[in-house]
Structure formats: structure tokens, C-alpha cells
Design a protein around this ligand. Structure first.
Ligand code: ATP
Ligand code: MG
Length: 427
């Protein structure tokens, strides 16, 4: 039996220009981390693709599932590997190509060969012609009406002559696309327990951003019904895409009480959001992050009218990215299913925001309205206090396993009571 070999084609766009080596380095690093538990796996880069060679007993299903999660892959294929060296190399290639294409449905095809080992006896065009001819005859003999089409064929049977084995593959498995993890900058995501913000974070991760998370909890939760476990589970689902993540857990009830005490009822939710943004901005600066991510979708709920989003966003000078602004709920849910956050967000949890909410919230607030409503709040003090009482958890992923490092106060000088408080919230 031969080894399992996977050929990975990465997205070509990030190959252009001077950053090529940087992106490629991060991409290879990601592959190494994803397969850290397969120490015997070997990685080669013939030309513009990556070839991964696993040991004999490597589980193919696991390999495929993991590769589907690696950012930056255009498509990949499990290759048949054919031993080289005998005088009938071409016959062996024909046979492997036939086994590869026979189960596929198509009406036209092409054969494409590449030689990264130039010592191979046969030239590329010779290989292509021989194998193409062979396949055509076999297919027709099997009663299938197919033809060769070199320009934009339905399937391409690829043959690679490497210094090791010869590789044959025709069945493409689509990857997620996007840019390799951790290549485009740092951001901080406002993570609730709902569907949207986790998907929003993923969309930015897919563009190469490294995302840390801020979750606000409390606001009337009785012991055992906190949202903290949901936020944790979401981060555990997301960290495999970028390998490390921080989760800041911020007790929010003290802030909410101040808002309820001092501001007009109809603005409460928007003021909660403005405080979340300010606190997240402070955390973002500590993380050297340059922007904040939120899961709002235009017009989805009362707090997400264009006016309200703009008025909330005005609370912080830091740019707020809302990658779902133009998506429908159905599209968001479909993506949540694909990335593995759906089942987590589906669980009931205690959202802190509905606490003390009015029956008719403001639909069209301006930044000025909200600034006026905030005059009775000590914003600096509340923000500082919230950061000081928050708890930081670190997550990491490698080789199929997520690890969480014990909770610690987010700010070194804080008293231990924030960790203690949080542990009571665990359920
Ligand atoms: P989600 O599904 O992400 O909760 P949503 O459509 O339910 O989004 P809202 O609950 O109005 O919308 O929240 C809008 C955004 O505000 C969220 O997507 C998230 O980015 C942020 N947010 C809301 N609640 C919290 C929270 N408790 N902690 C952190 N961020 C929050
Ligand atoms: Mg929500």
C-alpha cells in the first residue's frame, strides 16, 4: 500500500507581489499546526502548490475535514500515488488515471501533466497525449459519450511527476478560500452568544485577520444561566481557524445599572452598546488591535437601523467593521452551520442586553441624542472599572485539539474577586 498524498492548490491572488513569501510562510505554518499530531507527515512545495505526504495509517476522513478548515486553500485533492522506476511508467499512469476518472460524471475532460523532476524520461506533452488517448478509448468502450476538451474542461486529470512517486488526481475538493490565518492584522470582536457575531468574526478571520474576543455577561443572570459558557464554546469552535485566541469576559451589570439609573429609558440598549464599544476599544489597544468587529446586520432589529448603528459607532474613534451588514439572516445561518458555531449559538443562554429594556426603544437616535443621554454617566470611570474587573482566558489549537489556559484577571493589578465572581457563573 502506498502513502496518502494530498495536493493543495492555494488561492493564487495572495501570491502576487512582494508579500508572497510572507503569506506562503504563514500558510505552511498553518498546515504544520493543523497536522501537528501527524509527526511523520512530510510537506513539499513543487511549484505553486503544496504536497502533503502522510504515513500509511493516516485517517483520510480526518485529513479532509481539517483541510476544509484551513484558510487560503482554493482546492485540494487526494492523489493516487504511483511508484516510479519501471520501463512501463506510462502504462502505470494510464491505469491510475482510469481508476481516478472512471467513477466521475462528465462529458468532456483534459489531461494535464507537470514534471518537477526533469530526469523523467517522457516529456509532458507525451504523457498528456498517451494518458488522454487511453482514457478516451476506455471511456468510449464503456459506452460513455465523452470527448477531450482542452479549453475549460469539466474535469482535469492531473499528473505530477515528482522526484518521489508520480501523482494522479482528478477529483477536486473545494477549500474555504480566503487568506492564510494571521496575515492581515489584529482585530477585537464583540462576541455575544448569538449567531451573528461569531460568523462576523469568522468572516474577518477568513480575510487573514487575527481576532480576539470580548464578551459582556451578567445583567440579571441567576447562577447557572450565564452566557459565559456559550461564549467559551464559540471561541473553542473558532480558534482552530487561527490557532490562538483570547477571550475577555467582562461583567456588565454594574454598567447597565448606571445607565438605567441615569439615562432615558428609550436609549438604554444603544447606551449599553456604546459602553461595550468603549470597553472593547480599551481592550483592543492593549492587544495592539486596530479595529473592532460587530455582528450587526442592517435593519435586522431596532438597534440596527442605519441611524442607530452610526450613533452607536460614534462612541469610539476606533473603526468598527460589520462584515454582516449586507447579509440576510439565511446567509448568516448557512455560514454558521458550515463553520460549526450554529449548534452552540442555538443553545438558550442568558443574554445580558434585554435587562431593563423599554417596550419602545428609539429607532432613529443621533450621536448627539446619545451624548446628551450620557451626561449623567461617569464614562471614564465605568470603562476603566469594567476592564479591571474582566477576566482573560487564552485558547490555542493544534493537531485537532483545543486547549484553554486557566482564567486570570485581565489586568494584573485587579483583585481576585473578578475570577471568583466568574466561577460562580459557571454552570
Ligand atoms: P448576535 O447574534 O451576534 O447576538 P444580534 O443580531 O442578536 O447579533 P444584537 O444582539 O443586537 O444583534 O447585537 C449586535 C452586536 O452587538 C452583536 O452582533 C455583537 O457584536 C454585539 N453584542 C451584543 N451583545 C453582546 C454581548 N453580550 N457581548 C459582546 N458583544 C455583544
Ligand atoms: Mg444578540
Amino acid at each position: 500500500m502506498l502513502k496518502t498524498v494530498v495536493v493543495i492548490h492555494y488561492h493564487e491572488l495572495w501570491l502576487k507581489g512582494r508579500n508572497r513569501r510572507f503569506f506562503l510562510g504563514k500558510f505552511l505554518l498553518a498546515l504544520r499546526r493543523v497536522f501537528a499530531d501527524f509527526p511523520s507527515a512530510r510537506m513539499r512545495q513543487p511549484g505553486d502548490r503544496v504536497v502533503l505526504e502522510f504515513g500509511l495509517d493516516a485517517p483520510l476522513e480526518t485529513i479532509i475535514v481539517r483541510l476544509k478548515g484551513v484558510l487560503g486553500i482554493a482546492y485540494f485533492a487526494v492523489a493516487r500515488s504511483v511508484q516510479r522506476g519501471s520501463s512501463d511508467d506510462l502504462d502505470a499512469l494510464c491505469q491510475a488515471a482510469w481508476e481516478e476518472v472512471e467513477p466521475l460524471e462528465f462529458s468532456n475532460f483534459a489531461v494535464r501533466a507537470k514534471r518537477s523532476d526533469k530526469s523523467f524520461l517522457h516529456r509532458v506533452d507525451e504523457i498528456e497525449r498517451r494518458v488522454g488517448q487511453y482514457l478516451l478509448e476506455k471511456l468510449r468502450a464503456a459506452g460513455r459519450s465523452v470527448r477531450v476538451q482542452l479549453d475549460d474542461p469539466e474535469i482535469t486529470c492531473r499528473i505530477e511527476i515528482t522526484p518521489g512517486p508520480m501523482l494522479v488526481y482528478a477529483k477536486r475538493i473545494p477549500g474555504t478560500g480566503g487568506l492564510p490565518a494571521n496575515t492581515t492584522g489584529r482585530m477585537v470582536c464583540l462576541l455575544s452568544g448569538g449567531f451573528d457575531s461569531a460568523v462576523a468574526a469568522y468572516k474577518m478571520m477568513r480575510r487573514g485577520a487575527h481576532v480576539n474576543f470580548v464578551h459582556f455577561w451578567g445583567g440579571g443572570a441567576r447562577p447557572g444561566e450565564s452566557s459565559v459558557h456559550v461564549a467559551r464554546a464559540l471561541v473553542e469552535r473558532l480558534v482552530p481557524y487561527q490557532f490562538t485566541a483570547r477571550l475577555y469576559l467582562v461583567p456588565f451589570e454594574p454598567v447597565q445599572r448606571e445607565i438605567v439609573r441615569s439615562a432615558p429609558e428609550r436609549y438604554r440598549l444603544l447606551l449599553y452598546r456604546r459602553m461595550m464599544l468603549r470597553i472593547a476599544e480599551r481592550i483592543a489597544r492593549r492587544n495592539h488591535a486596530q479595529a473592532i468587529i460587530a455582528g450587526d446586520s442592517l435593519g435586522q432589529v431596532a438597534s440596527q437601523t442605519l441611524q442607530n448603528m452610526v450613533a452607536v459607532g460614534a462612541a469610539s474613534p476606533m473603526p468598527v467593521f460589520r462584515p454582516l451588514a449586507g447579509d440576510d439572516k439565511q446567509e448568516i445561518l448557512a455560514l454558521a452551520r458550515r463553520i460549526g458555531t450554529f449548534e452552540v449559538s442555538e443553545e438558550p443562554f442568558h443574554d445580558c442586553c434585554p435587562l431593563f429594556l423599554p417596550r419602545s426603544p428609539a429607532l432613529y437616535a443621533s450621536a448627539t441624542d446619545l451624548e446628551e443621554a450620557e451626561t449623567g454617566l461617569n464614562i471614564i470611570e465605568l470603562t476603566k472599572k469594567a476592564v479591571e474587573t474582566s477576566v482573560l482566558e487564552r485558547y490555542s489549537y493544534a493537531g485537532g485539539r483545543v486547549e484553554r489556559v486557566e482564567a486570570a484577571p485581565a489586568v494584573v493589578s485587579t483583585a481576585e474577586n473578578s475570577v471568583g465572581q466568574l466561577n460562580q457563573q459557571k454552570d
